[in-house]
Design a protein around this ligand. Sequence first.
Ligand code: AMP
Length: 243
Amino acid sequence: MKITRFLIGFARSLVFLFRRPIYVTLMGGPGAGKGTVAQTLAPELGLAHLSTGALMRREVEKKTPLGQSIEKIMKAGKLVPDEIVFKLLEQELERPANWRGAILDGFPRTRAQAEWLTALFGKWHTRLTVAVQLEVPEADIIERLSGRRVCSNTSCGTTYHVTFNPPKTEGVCDKCQSALMQRADDKPEVVLARLVEYRAAQAPILAYYGEVGGLWSIHTTNKNTPAQVLANVKSAVLASSKR
Ligand code: AMP
């Protein structure tokens, strides 16, 4: 087991030596557009799209004791404990299929998570390419979340908006024809709790990336098209990967 881990680590270091991975953290409040950007940009750049929210929901679906405790925390609009998030995320980053790099959507959400990521990449002799912060006014976030719909098939998970990005047929996913649903944590009372928690956690993360470098803030409103936001994030990633 120990020797397997060593060999995998060695192979990863070799791969990283010849092709530096691109790691992006896409941050922003609930409904800032992280998922929408990541699900288009990741395949375009050949990167994995790792959403910690989606990893948690996948665990909830398994109905294991761990999944049940995660479900309670998510329903209350709270953050899942670090040790659970770290384990699930590291497992995904370690997969050879994800060695080209990844767009992390919804991670880090605390300074401790940001520090853990820096340490993990340091251990792998690489680093975070850029920390992208999507800034959206609060009123725009509420308008977005109340109309957000997600595909009920978790292995698809495509997101839509009843006004800004409607599916071709109302209530049906364009990609896999499964029913669309409103996430339990997009209900107004849970959204408010998530915004309070987000604001408290965000300031130290921004301060952290201000100290270590690599922070790129992008201001958007509901007047911007998804294509404009995507183009801005893509330029930030490509410019930073040349540093
Ligand atoms: P999201 O899909 O990113 O909005 O996340 C949905 C929920 O999953 C959050 O409200 C948290 O309960 C949980 N979650 C997602 N990412 C994290 C994270 N990095 N740390 C802790 N909890 C998380």
